[in-house]
Write a protein that binds this ligand. Structure first.
Ligand SMILES: [Zn+2]
Length: 91
């Protein structure tokens, strides 16, 4: 297994701009280890500047991915439902 330094200096450094995106807590933790502080804070800053990416409100707090708690929960539900529909062959 490569170390964090080897991954960051390697020629095939992955683009983590939109990460962590709907990852498990453990996956998100590992991805954050590879990211700079600005890269880690980017979603919160976008939320502060524009409000929630989905509803554009600041009524609810930031929950990650530039989404408020309400929209992130709804988006997660919709993604999981899409996965179930695909698995059933309905899509
Ligand atoms: Zn929202």
């Amino acid at each position: 297994m490569r170390t964090r330094v080897e991954i960051l200096r390697g020629p095939e450094k992955p683009d983590l701009t939109l990460e962590p995106f709907l990852r498990s807590a453990e996956e998100a933790r590992l991805i954050r280890l590879l990211q700079s502080i600005p890269a880690i804070r980017k979603f919160a800053v976008v939320f502060d500047r524009r409000g929630c990416l989905c509803c554009h409100s600041r009524e609810f707090p930031h929950a990650g991915l530039s989404l408020c708690t309400k929209c992130r929960r709804q988006f997660y539900y919709e993604v999981k439902k899409a996965e179930r529909d695909i698995a059933k062959g309905e899509v």
